[in-house]
Structures are given as C-alpha cells and as structure tokens.
Design a protein around this ligand. Sequence first.
Ligand code: GTP
Ligand code: MG
Length: 320
Amino acid sequence: MNIEDIPLRKVDGIEERIEHRLAGVGIDSAFELASSSPYEIMSIVGGDSYNAALLIANARSHLIKKGYMAREFIAASEIARRKKNVLSTGSKALDSLLAGGIETDSITEFYGAFGSGKSQICHTASVLCNLKPEDGGLGGNAIYIDTEGTFRVNRIAQIAEARGLNKDEILDCIFYCRVFNVPHLETVARSLGGYIRKNRIKLVIIDSIINLFRSEFIGREALAERQQKLNALMHKLHNLAEVYDIAVIITNQVQSSPTAYFTDTTNPAGGNILGHGSTYRIYLKRSGNYRIAAIIDSPYHPYSEARFAITDKGVSDTDD
Ligand code: GTP
Ligand code: MG
C-alpha cells in the first residue's frame, strides 16, 4: 500500500510560517511530523518544547483519525485480535525463536562477534522483504544503511537466485545508503520518514548502529554526548517503526567486560541506551559450521536458543 500524502496544513496549529520552515528540512507531511521529536521540531520552528510537542501530538491525532495509527487507548482484546506483520529471517528455526519472524512496529537488534552472521541476516532480510506476506515477506522495499562498507550486491544476487527469485527485481527493491560519520547518519535519519513514505519501505536496516559512534566518541569525556546522540537515534527509529508500521533491524558489536571473569565476556556495546531501546535483542555466535541465536531480551519471549546455517540462500535452516 502506498501511503497517502497528508500535507502539513491539515494538522491543527500549523501556520504557513511553520509549514514553510518544516518543509525546508524535508518535513512535508503529517507522517514526518508525527515521527519527529519535540527537540527536533523546536530547533526548526523555534518556540518552546511544549508547543513543539503539541504540534507532534496534533499530527498523531490526525493520523489516528485517518486510521493510519492506533488509537491511544485500545481494548487488550482488540490487540489480541490483530494480526502481527512479521518478516521471515530465512530460517524457520530462527523465525520460531522470534515467534514468527522480525516484527514491524519494533526494533530488533542482532549482536555478536565478527563473523557471527549479523550482516548475513541483514542481507537475507533485505532480499525477503519484498515477498508477499504469505511467502514470509512484508510486501515492500528495504533500506540498507551501511556504516561499515560490508554490503555486497553480489551476495544479494546470490541469495535471491538460490531462492529462485528474480535477482534484478530484488535489487530494485533495496535502497542502499553508505554512511560515513555520525553527523551523516543523523542527517540520513532525519530524512528517513519522507523516504519511507514515498518508496513503499517496509524495512530499515542499520548495519551496524554502533560502529561510527565507537570510533568518533573516544574516552570517558565523550561518553555522555555519545549516549545522548545514540538515544536520539533510537527514539527516531522507534517513532518511524510505529508511525509507518515498518520493521527495523539494527546490528551491534560486542565488547569484552573486564569484570566478567568466569561468565561469557561478550556483552553488547552501546550500554543501557541500546539495551532499553531495542524491543528484541538477539545474541549470535558461531558453533561449528552453524550459528546459534539466543533471545536475550524481549517483552514476552522466554530465554531460548535456535540453530541456523549460512549458505548460498543466506540465512537458512541447518537441514536446508
Ligand atoms: P562483523 O561485521 O565483522 O562484526 O561480522 P558479522 O557478524 O556481520 O558477520 P557476517 O554476517 O558478515 O558473517 C560472515 C560469515 O558469513 C562468514 O564467515 C561466512 O561464514 C558466512 N558467509 C558470508 N558470505 C557467505 C557466502 O557467500 N556463502 C556462505 N555459505 N557463507 C557466507
Ligand atoms: Mg557485519
């Protein structure tokens, strides 16, 4: 479904001057306004954070009225009746670990050591995203934001062909964006909303979310600023996931913990901000020829593990 264009002027409280300013930075519809933060809007239109928050709330009310967003108070029974939109990972075992697959309206984080399969999961998900929901896809396009330069078009083509899909069609459905530094990533994040709406995007991938922050904010003095920026980015991703009902996949690296002497010394990087910001956290590790995924944090899954393989098909089952 293409998302309708809802001009800003339909939102209560948007005067011509404000509309003009917001449009100047690419916020040109109720969707983009609804997925912005008050701080972001305040820095563009001036005034105080109360007014900025009011404009965002008005945009959200408008989208609720139009049926694009859920009402603020919904009966739990109605939530129970709703069908979840999920994207297959390519492996049935990994999908069942995630109770069906990678959910929309959520952030799913995969973390693990180098070579544990994080980027392979991203490649496979971006191939499968355009499939119809009955075939495990989300029926839309994918954005692949690459901070490490490890995206491989050949690998996408290989995964598509091994799965009997038309590689040229799949390549047309993946929008690639190489990001070189944190300010660049922040600019891209700001313009994501309009891009999602105009290009039928159903999945946004950031592979990896932490890499640039780790290399640009070094030492304890820089930690507070790094975490504040990371927090703003996670909030933005949450808002986008909710407003556009898209899936978001982020990958994260591990850091060794000097205090964990006997236990597993690999903790996810990014501290509490990433820990609280991700809806689902999955730890990946190698195990012989296979990979093990463990669900570490989830609002409703108990701790459990699944085994999967990486083959020509990308992520797949061990008996595939
Ligand atoms: P870093 O980004 O370095 O932290 O690691 P990562 O977790 O992203 O690792 P990635 O997903 O790139 O996994 C790399 C591993 O996937 C390789 O060691 C291979 O085992 C496997 N792999 C990569 N490409 C192929 C391929 O074309 N065919 C097969 N069968 N396996 C592949
Ligand atoms: Mg990688």
